[in-house]
Design a binder for this molecule. Structure first.
Ligand code: FAD
Length: 302
């Protein structure tokens, strides 16, 4: 059996595996796709100590760092079940069952897509999902935020301080964000809120140049010229496969304590799949290290 078995090969998983291997214990890492969301990221400007890098470049360094240790990497393998017996047992889609004293879950999350024409085509060419990451790229330009929940309204407030103008498109007749956020939003001079707006298409040539939506009340079609669209309709944790084997929030995020421990003994979690307050590369790496040290601590006590 493994001492530490990491599920997920994004920044959280890579960090957890390296911290474990440095303790000289038997470490494995199972990943559906090594690199995770970072593989889909173009420019990264907030990974502290690197002024600027690119997703695939950062993934290459992560891989190099992981390979520098004795870590049993099982890439292109998907986990489908977890059970606590004598040891923790991880079942893979290919039928194999891996046993380990401790498991660190770091299966990340995915942004919910609006699924309209132009969204996939212009991803990283004006279509963005993370205001903390990509907001500064639109300095002085016009942008839209799709989604009027807490994350959409927070994004709009954040962006309004950087960009020229923000149009918030909410599908429902009312915004769903907390009242205090809505008040703050309404106090900003360079924000327009459009309710009842069904996004029809994100338009562009080589990059985004506008958005088309239908006013659901009048059924009229509108077009707004802009340079960027932030999709903010939810971040979904990749935790469905865990069922109710351990405690999750209403949103499906794995609940962890300050050592990264979950409600299942010997099972820890880190990164975007947890109930951490913020979802970023540097934060995932930190929580991966925490979960790994937590697992090590658990092992020397059990
Ligand atoms: P992930 O990166 O999501 O990795 C999850 C891993 O788990 C993957 O290897 C995946 O294949 C694997 N996995 C999932 N399910 C299973 C399963 N059942 N079995 C086995 N393996 C599984 N953050 C920043 O700090 N700066 C940025 O500039 C930035 N830009 C971004 C741009 C985009 C387009 C996106 C999508 C995100 C961006 N982020 C950015 C957010 C950042 O990428 C995430 O916070 C970070 O990658 C989370 O790391 P993680 O390891 O928790 O999860």
């Amino acid at each position: 059996p493994y001492d530490v078995l990491v599920v997920g090969g994004g920044p959280a998983g890579a960090s957890a595996a390296i911290y474990a291997a440095r303790k000289g214990i038997r470490t494995g890492l199972v990943a559906e796709r090594f690199g995770g969301q970072v593989m889909d990221t173009l420019g990264i400007e907030n990974f502290i100590s690197m002024t600027k890098t690119e997703g695939p470049k950062l993934v290459a360094s992560l891989e190099e760092h992981v390979k520098d240790y004795n870590i049993d990497v099982m890439n292109l393998q998907r986990a489908k079940g977890l059970e606590k017996k004598d040891l923790v047992e991880l079942e893979l889609e290919n039928g194999a069952v891996l046993k380990s004293k401790t498991v660190i879950l770091s299966t990340g999350a995915r942004w919910r897509n609006v699924g309209v024409p132009g969204e996939a085509e212009f991803k990283n060419k004006g279509v963005a999902y993370c205001p903390h990451c990509d907001g500064p790229l639109f300095e002085g330009k016009d942008v839209a935020v799709i989604g009027g929940g807490n994350s959409g309204v927070e994004a709009a407030i954040d962006l309004a301080g950087i960009v020229k103008h923000v149009t918030v498109l909410e599908f429902m007749p009312e915004l769903k964000a907390d009242a205090v956020l809505q008040e703050r939003l309404n106090s900003l001079p360079n924000v327009t809120v459009v309710k009842n707006a069904q996004t029809k298409e994100i338009t562009g040539t080589d990059k985004v140049n506008g958005i088309t939506y239908i006013d659901r009340a009048t059924e009229e079609e509108h077009h707004v010229e802009l340079a960027g669209v932030f999709v903010q309709i939810g971040l979904v944790p990749n935790t469905e496969w865990l069922g109710d084997s351990l405690e999750k929030t209403r949103m499906g995020e794995i609940v962890v304590d300050k050592h990264g421990a979950t409600s299942m003994p010997g099972v820890f979690a880190a990164g975007d799949c947890t109930d951490s307050a913020y979802k970023q590369i540097i934060i995932s790496m930190g929580s991966g290290a925490t979960a790994s040290l937590g697992a090590f601590d658990y092992m020397i006590r059990n």
